[in-house]
Ligand binder design. Structure first.
Ligand SMILES: NC(=O)c1ccc[n+]([C@@H]2O[C@H](COP(=O)([O-])OP(=O)(O)OC[C@H]3O[C@@H](n4cnc5c(N)ncnc54)[C@H](OP(=O)(O)O)[C@@H]3O)[C@@H](O)[C@H]2O)c1
Length: 179
């Protein structure tokens, strides 16, 4: 099972604005890139706080939301039967289950708490990181915590528009080779 982390950050390495959450700081091109890539993959995994901010499941994708209290969301799951699931499964067992269900790749879409959960178990295979040309009053960065060193290889740099770029990284083995 391949896990691709897809995130957007500012020049100063922040992934959200502290105050005015309605103010837009990422580009329309990044939104389009996110939408196209996650639809192609077909399945997104996110933390409950990220889901709360999005407000509803992403269309045409299977949405899996990690929470410590999945039972609280039974009604919402019913409302979006087949496209939205809340779970407290551990990342490895969730990925094993999804693999057994036929998925080969999943998109991990944040936030930093859930990103850290997957990184700590070395489960992130690729990272698609958009850098927007803004410096923002932000608090969170890509991972809420990191232990040790996790090495990645830069596979590709592409332009989204005149200003924003996407950095594509791939996990390397301890010997420094791409997996
Ligand atoms: N720039 C970007 O690309 C980007 C992308 C995504 C999100 N974000 C930002 O990230 C922010 C949210 O990030 P966050 O780190 O605060 O929260 P998060 O990772 O979205 O969600 C955290 C929640 O996940 C659940 N959780 C944590 N550990 C778990 C575990 N071991 N098992 C099951 N569930 C677990 C808990 O839900 P319960 O409390 O329900 O138990 C926890 O409160 C948002 O404000 C959003 O703007 C930015």
């Amino acid at each position: 099972m391949k896990v691709i982390l897809i995130m957007v950050q500012s020049i100063n390495g922040k992934v959200r604005l502290i105050n005015d959450k309605n103010q837009v700081w990422s580009s329309p091109e990044d939104k389009e890139h996110f939408s196209n890539l996650t639809k192609e993959i077909g399945i997104v995994i996110m933390g409950r706080k990220t889901f709360d901010e999005i407000g509803k499941p992403l269309k045409n994708r299977l949405n899996i939301v990690l929470t410590g209290e999945p039972e609280k969301f039974e009604k919402l799951e019913k409302k979006y039967t087949g496209s939205l699931y809340f779970t407290d499964e551990k990342p490895e067992s969730l990925l094993n289950r999804l693999e057994n269900e036929g998925y080969q790749t999943v998109a991990l879409i944040g936030g930093p708490t859930i990103n850290a959960l997957f990184l700590e178990k070395d489960l992130i295979d690729e990272i698609y990181l958009t850098i927007e040309p803004v410096i923002i009053e932000g608090d969170l960065s890509l991972f809420s915590y990191v232990q040790g060193i996790h090495r990645f290889k830069l596979n590709e740099v592409s332009s989204l528009n005149n200003d924003a770029i996407i950095l594509k990284y791939q996990k390397t083995t301890k010997a420094g080779k791409s997996e």
